[in-house]
Design a protein around this ligand. Sequence first.
Ligand SMILES: [Zn+2]
Length: 256
Amino acid sequence: MILPLASGVIAPVAPGDRPAFWAVTGRLGGHSRGEFAHANLAQHVGDDPDTVVRNLEELAGLVQIQGRELALMQPIHGNGIGRVTHAGMVHGVDSLVSEKCDLGLVAMGADCVPLVLYGSRGVEKPIISAVHCGWKGLVAGVVTATIAELRLRGVNEIQSIVGPAICGSCYSVSPDRRELVRTSTPADVSQAALGVAGGIDVRAGVLAQLARESVSSSVIGGCTFENPETLFSYRKNRKTGRQGIIIAMRENQERS
Ligand SMILES: [Zn+2]
């Protein structure tokens, strides 16, 4: 079985809320071998396809849904949002948004930041989201675009869970790239992301974006580069797997 780094449930607070289960994974558990050992979730990295399917089924099990009821994405480091109503792969987006119950939304990464959001709407059903954000996503504003989408659809309170990512000390970049982050994000976001000389701490930038939108956040997992036993890091290994984060909303038991 895939062993999550952490998992939990967002409990209903408002009348329309549904509970949402979430889990954050690393390398542990799962069935992949070699450079993909053990809990690789991505099909595009060269792992055995049947093994990845098995890992994904176990990922679904972590949030108590059926193995095939997963919405996945093939991100392009942009700010596009996929509005999903059923399982399957969504190409060319870095964010998935849904109000469907019993559907798992998945974001993956191996240095980039995977995160999920839960937006409460009071008497209406909540909306959930999974987002993939690297430095380009920070610049493109995929997290803020997702928050804006949730607010457009009536969400008034948002919680987030943010998964493991490479830290600023381990992610040294060109001055040009730092300059792009500095000029394209608000001062508090760029200050957080560029706090380490020569590097970008994307997760710190994402957390600053969440904070300035009054979104509460829980952070799970450390630096991907520094923890090769438990986390996949693309910068460290190039040929490697992907960890992930999943969220799935459930109907209230008394309603089903
Ligand atoms: Zn690090």
